[in-house]
Write a protein that binds this ligand. Sequence first.
Ligand code: NAD
Ligand code: 0WE
Length: 264
Amino acid sequence: MAGGFLSEKRVLIAGLASQRSIAWGIACAMHREGARLAFGYQGEKLAGRAQKMAAELDSDAVFECDVGKDEDIERLVAGAREALGGLDVLVHSIGFAPREALAGGFTEATTRDAWRIAQDISAYSLVGLARAARPALAENGGSILTLSYLGAVRALPHYNVMGPAKASLEAAVRFLAQDLGPEGIRVNAISAGPIKTLAAAGISGFRRMLDHVSRTAPLARSVSAEEVGDAAAFLCSDLARGITGETLYVDAGYHAVGMTLPDE
Ligand code: NAD
Ligand code: 0WE
């Protein structure tokens, strides 16, 4: 859409796994607003599906990238930059901890190895991608967006080691915003409410968490990847040119509530 509020913006989205991915909701919204897209995905097996999804949004710029590897990060950013002829926006929609660490109580489940992996893949990877993309983003002023969750700032059942990893991610957003602001690069996070994606599949009690949110949140419902996508498109656009270092909640208001009473 030529007249969209992201018209001709060159966007790299890392973290596309399926049509349920928050990354896909963001890609659809940004495409609708006129952006040109490139994608990063993890694992050879996903290549075909990623190419097919990208093609639906008029993109053939699709690159394999395990953010646990420095050389993959470099290759992804270089590939996207070359395919798009520059880069204006970087979206980081990646999180991972070993599955065993996301069940049971925090104290017993949180091993040194789970901590290291969660911090590396979920938080450090934003800094690594930002460093690789910095020269391209600084050319015309750019923006970086990542995805967080309420576990960064509140204790929650089973989210466990991902809580400290998201706390670290949100702190990294503030430090990156300060460091890159003078180059005209903005850095923000969206803290999304629970959404049934692959990363939520098999999490015991996830259905009950969604039901709890629908009963408790001010909007009395959960949120969709499309709603996160619309907020993401705004935050990465010039409409949000005064916003950096921020974590924006897209959670139907759940984070704002301290107590609710069950219906009588
Ligand atoms: P998803 O499974 O669709 O996306 C997660 C992505 O992380 C996948 O594409 C996966 O390939 C990628 N990933 C994991 N390890 C990687 C690695 N080593 N290298 C490269 N990529 C890797 O699930 P999602 O829910 O769309 O998650 C996207 C982001 O949104 C994550 O940061 C997640 O923490 C966050 N988030 C999700 C929810 C939710 O309820 N679904 C809520 C708030 C925030
Ligand atoms: O950030 C997330 C997903 C985090 C996640 C999920 C998995 C499942 C598969 C990180 N690593 C893995 N590793 C796997 O092997 N969310 C916000 C979604 C989510 O995950 C939860 C939640 C919610 C909400 C885990 C426990 C409790 C709640």
